[in-house]
Design a protein around this ligand. Structure first.
Ligand SMILES: [Zn+2]
Length: 119
């Protein structure tokens, strides 16, 4: 039987060619580790989306949003991350609304956004 390296503990063991772990403990442990890493990844994305939404909501509710526009630079300073959104809607004016849950934005002119709320 060939000598192999366990994918979880990195110890050498003897086993069939298709065996990847020295024992069931290592197999389960690696599986659980991968699962929890996936979970952390999802959680991080959730946090970014919720923070983005909160920033949009705050701007929408603030006086500044009565004018309805905000500088892209300003929203980034607040910690908004542009790559993260939940969905995109085609609006009647031919523009795209980019949303984080119920709040979103439209690019108006260079470096400026209008904050919108989905009904
Ligand atoms: Zn092992």
């Amino acid at each position: 039987m060939p000598s192999k390296i366990c994918l979880f503990c990195n110890h050498q063991f003897m086993g069939r060619a298709d065996k990847k772990y020295c024992n069931d403990y290592c197999r389960t442990a690696l599986h659980n580790q991968l699962k929890s890493e996936n979970h952390k990844h999802f959680k991080r994305i959730d946090l970014v989306l919720k923070k983005n939404r909160k920033i949009l909501e705050t701007l929408f509710e603030s006086n500044e949003a009565k004018k309805n526009t905000v500088l892209e630079r300003k929203i980034q300073e607040l910690g908004f991350i542009f790559n993260y959104h939940t969905h995109i809607l085609a609006l009647e004016n031919g523009k795209q609304g980019i949303f984080c849950y119920d709040y979103g934005y439209i690019k108006t002119k260079q470096g400026e956004l209008a904050i919108i709320k989905q009904n």
